[in-house]
Write a protein that binds this ligand. Structure first.
Ligand SMILES: NC(=O)c1ccc[n+]([C@@H]2O[C@H](COP(=O)([O-])OP(=O)(O)OC[C@H]3O[C@@H](n4cnc5c(N)ncnc54)[C@H](O)[C@@H]3O)[C@@H](O)[C@H]2O)c1
Length: 591
């Protein structure tokens, strides 16, 4: 088959256009670069020369390759030059009227077979196509910034785009070394459609002072393995751009979760647009700098000292209890591992020993450290063994009645001043606290699975938690080398409240046949650098667990957009719970 589009015109050689021009020339194609006027054309060419020189310096390109690709690029300011192209890619500023005028012009200039592609992020491709007499040959090609590094291209078809044209465009993207995913014409397409709703919720969470910007960002990086926290990412994208994308999404969906959080409007009005202006959610050393500098609000209020913690009780004999006991013992704390029967306690202890053995095998622990850690853990079935513990952490079944019963017992047994913590991920901490006569001593410590590997702990203070109890837990986290983030006692804390609505949105996208499981997973991994796509993650977490969390979130906030996607409910009802049952969004049994 002939190579698709041997000659490509790129109109608008700014951030995206210049990057695309280089990528296209690298594939051996002729590139006709077109800018608005002569001065801009000169600057654009200089930018391309500079970027490619930088690539040579970084050994991403040889100087011969650079010379060859520069020879393929011409830059001018006459739109008529586009007449020679087989494909025109538009990368001018994000304004509908500007783009529609350009497409009408291109339609007059270019022969009927020429394919016209828009680089829009949030405008309607259909409306841009409607400005031409060839909507079947118009589509969206959404590259990501920086073009040389980002492998993803969303190939956006309108209802009128000829499927063959879309297929050719996807082949073209592959020839540039990119990974195309198919998307329909909807604000945000796949990646931004899922990403921006989440960023918006993070902005709203910050605005409501539920947690600090640092804690929200750390929670998402450490709890989900994301390359950047949401507020730092908003600063990088530009608050104004984010607001425009969200506004476009809201206009289409009328989903309140897409309505830009008021703080975004305030930041834009104040000219705090993120890194590019030197200040957004964070302050930066200078406009364009990535170096964060402290701003007034970053200065923390003084905190009381915590209570001393030498011995800790851990209640439970499951994955979390054993993992947490391991973390504590490795940090040199005396641990009582309390289970319902001695047999269960001994079994949990043996499991902990095996986990330590594996660490020794992997060279993460010495034999001596293993023996010392194990000697610090005492398995027991007698709750009175917790009488002298400075802090007791429960990690029993996620059932409020069971937890409350345990807290009532701990209240009777534990010494005055002992801190009582729950690891619950979805129940109100205050409901555990109210089962005791000392709610001021009760707090949430939400560890992540596997506890020995995951650095994050969400520290959840209720309206009654004493400040020195919060301080105790923060100090304990530091002592056991975990990263604590602080938040209030509401459903989902930070991580789940931001993660699960995003996962639910992905399920809805699938349910609406907007994109496939594979395309959505690929798009989020390549477009956002996520370690796993949403469906991979749902299958690992378990669809039943996910559904429970989504129901809790919906119940708490009553936001219509948070209602669990029916497809998730159907899969759970059908027993497709993910990897653990061999089938979820993917069939794992056959792999
Ligand atoms: N920057 C990103 O991260 C990003 C990512 C994906 C897609 N996009 C989209 O790509 C498009 C371009 O964005 P950008 O960030 O490269 O913008 P930019 O402002 O860096 O570049 C736009 C360029 O277009 C030129 N221009 C303006 N009017 C023109 C005309 N009539 N004819 C020819 N050139 C003209 C300008 O001189 C400028 O050089 C937008 O639709 C944007 O939404 C941007």
């Amino acid at each position: 088959m002939e190579r698709p589009f041997p000659t490509v015109a790129v109109v608008g050689l700014g951030t995206m256009g210049a990057g695309i021009a280089v990528a296209v020339a690298r594939s051996g194609r002729r590139v006709i670069g077109i800018e608005a006027d002569g001065a801009n054309a000169g600057r654009a060419l200089a930018r391309i020369e500079e970027a490619t020189a930088h690539a040579v310096a970084r050994a991403r390109l040889t100087s011969e390759e650079r010379a060859a690709l520069l020879a393929l690029i011409t830059v001018g300011d006459q739109l008529d030059a586009a007449a020679e192209a087989d494909l025109v890619i538009e990368e001018i500023p994000e304004q509908l009227e500007l783009k529609r005028e350009l497409f009408a012009e291109l339609d007059r200039i270019c022969p009927p077979q020429t394919v016209l592609a828009t680089g829009t992020t949030s405008l309607s491709v259909t409306r841009i196509a409607a400005a031409t007499g060839r909507p079947e040959r118009v589509l969206g090609l959404h590259f990501f910034n920086p073009v040389h590094a980002m492998k993803l291209v969303e190939v956006v078809r309108t209802v009128l785009t000829d499927p063959q044209v879309a297929a050719q465009a996807a082949d073209f993207a592959r020839e540039l070394g990119k990974e195309p995913v198919a998307a329909g014409d909807r604000a945000g397409f796949v990646v931004n459609g899922l990403l921006f709703a989440y960023l918006n919720q993070a902005a709203a969470m910050y605005e409501s002072r539920y947690a600090t910007r640092e804690d929200i960002d750390a929670a998402m990086r450490l709890g989900c393995g994301l390359p950047m926290g949401p507020l730092a990412l908003l600063d990088l994208i530009g608050i104004d751009t984010a607001r425009t994308v969200l506004e476009a999404m809201y206009q289409q969906s009328r989903d309140r979760l897409h309505a830009p959080a008021p703080i975004l409007g305030q930041l834009v009005a104040a000219g705090l647009l993120g890194r590019k202006t030197g200040r957004g959610f964070y302050g930066y050393e200078a406009p364009g700098s990535s170096k964060v500098v402290p701003t007034a609000e970053a200065v923390a209020a003084p905190r009381p000292a915590g209570r001393p913690v030498h011995s800790v009780g851990v209640c439970g004999s499951g994955t979390m209890a054993i993992g947490i006991a391991e973390v504590l013992a490795k940090a040199g704390l005396q641990v009582t591992l309390l289970a319902r029967t001695q047999e269960k306690a001994d079994r949990a202890h043996a499991q902990l020993a095996r986990s330590l053995d594996r660490s020794v095998e992997k060279g993460r622990l010495t034999d001596g450290q293993r023996t010392a850690a194990l000697a610090l853990v005492t398995p027991s079935a007698q709750v009175t063994a917790l009488a002298e513990a400075d802090l007791v952490l429960e990690a029993v079944t996620e059932d409020l009645a069971v937890k409350r019963e345990l807290f009532a017992v701990l209240d009777k047994v534990c010494k005055p001043g002992a801190v009582l913590a729950t690891t619950t991920s979805s129940l109100p901490v205050i409901s555990c606290a109210s089962a005791t006569s000392r709610p001021q001593d009760v707090i949430g410590m939400h560890f992540f699975n596997p506890a020995p590997a995951m650095k994050l702990v969400e520290v959840v203070s209720t309206v009654l938690t004493a400040p020195d109890v919060t301080a105790t837990v923060l100090e304990l986290c530091a002592a056991v080398r975990k990263h604590p983030v602080e938040c209030g006692d509401r459903a989902g804390f930070i991580v789940n409240a931001l993660l699960f609505p995003y996962l639910n949105d992905a399920v809805r996208m699938l349910e609406e046949h907007y994109a496939t499981v594979d395309d959505i997973d690929t798009a989020m991994k390549l477009g956002c650098g996520y370690p796993m796509g949403p469906f991979e993650l749902l299958d690992v977490v378990g669809l039943d667990v996910s559904l429970t969390i989504e129901r809790v979130l919906h119940q708490e906030f009553r936001e219509p957009g948070l209602a669990a996607a029916p497809l998730l409910e159907h899969l759970v009802a059908a027993g497709c719970l993910g990897r653990k049952t061999g089938r979820g969004f993917r069939d794992h049994a056959r792999r």
